[in-house]
Structures are given as C-alpha cells and as structure tokens.
Design a protein around this ligand. Structure first.
Ligand SMILES: Cc1cc2nc3c(=O)[nH]c(=O)nc-3n(C[C@H](O)[C@H](O)[C@H](O)COP(=O)(O)OP(=O)(O)OC[C@H]3O[C@@H](n4cnc5c(N)ncnc54)[C@H](O)[C@@H]3O)c2cc1C
Length: 114
C-alpha cells in the first residue's frame, strides 16, 4: 500500500512564477464571476505547486516592474510599499567611453530601488 500523501484538486498549476500565479488568480476570479451570474459550476479548487522554497524565489529580482499587468491582475490594490515610481527614465547604450541615448519609453515602470 502506498504511503504517499495525496491531495485532490481540480486545477493544478505547476510553478508559482508570475504566469502560474496569474493563471490561478484569473481562474478563481472568472469562476467566481460565473457563479455570481448564476452558473452552477462547482467551486473548483486550484493548487499551485512551486519547487523553490518560496514563491518568487526563482524569478523576480524586483528591480524594475511594469505595473500595468499587475494593476490589471489585482485591481484596487496599492503598490507594494517598497515600490518607488520612476519620475524619469533614460535608456542608453554604454560603450567603454560614452553613453549613447537609445530611444524607448517605459513610463509605466516602478523601481524597487535596487
Ligand atoms: C536575474 C533575473 C532578474 C529579473 N528581474 C526582473 C525584474 O526586475 N522585473 C521583471 O519584470 N522581470 C524580471 N525578470 C524576468 C522575470 O523573472 C520573468 O519574465 C518571469 O519570471 C517569467 O515568469 P513565468 O511565470 O513565465 O516563469 P518563472 O518566473 O520562471 O516561473 C516558473 C516557476 O515554475 C517553477 N517550477 C519549474 N518547474 C517546476 C516543477 N517541476 N515543479 C514545481 N515548480 C516548478 C520555478 O521554480 C519557477 O518559480 C528577471 C529575470 C531574471 C533571471
């Protein structure tokens, strides 16, 4: 007889990076919407498994974060307290002697100050 633990789940998301966590959040939110609208869907359980010691340990340094997708994923939430909006941003190609301006806009970024 097997002694392995088992856990029933309706949706298993492998990997707790941004994509996996967003998948789980979207799925639960959409399910809640459909149930509020009268759908008789069951309250599916969602499980996220992550091989790192904690979520995010393998992915984000958090130096620069595009807040657009985060705001759409978690509407109404404040930015984390460590986040500092970029007042000004410059992109440059660095050579050994000069910094050459490179054009591009990332106005929706915040910096964690790292
Ligand atoms: C050094 C570094 C710094 C970065 N800094 C930034 C930054 O400041 N800002 C920014 O926006 N982006 C940054 N990025 C890019 C960002 O990390 C990726 O775009 C983002 O993590 C991709 O998300 P994802 O969910 O697709 O994949 P991942 O974040 O790679 O998530 C996949 C997850 O699945 C887990 N996993 C894999 N196999 C298994 C398994 N078999 N069982 C269980 N779990 C598993 C992994 O541990 C991982 O946590 C950085 C990337 C690196 C490498």
């Amino acid at each position: 007889m097997s002694t392995r633990d088992t856990l029933h789940t309706d949706l298993l998301v492998v990997g707790g990076g941004p994509a996996g966590l967003a998948t789980a959040i979207h799925f639960r939110r959409r399910l809640a919407e459909l149930r509020r609208e009268g759908s008789e869907l069951p309250d599916f359980t969602v499980t996220v498994i992550e091989k790192a010691r904690e979520f995010g340990a393998h992915c984000l340094s958090g130096a620069i974060v595009d807040v657009g997708p985060l705001a759409r994923l978690l509407p109404g939430r404040e930015l984390p307290s460590f986040a500092v909006p970029c007042a000004e941003e410059e992109v440059a190609w660095l050579t050994q002697t000069r910094a050459l301006p490179a054009h591009g806009s990332r106005a929706s970024c915040v910096s964690a100050g790292t």
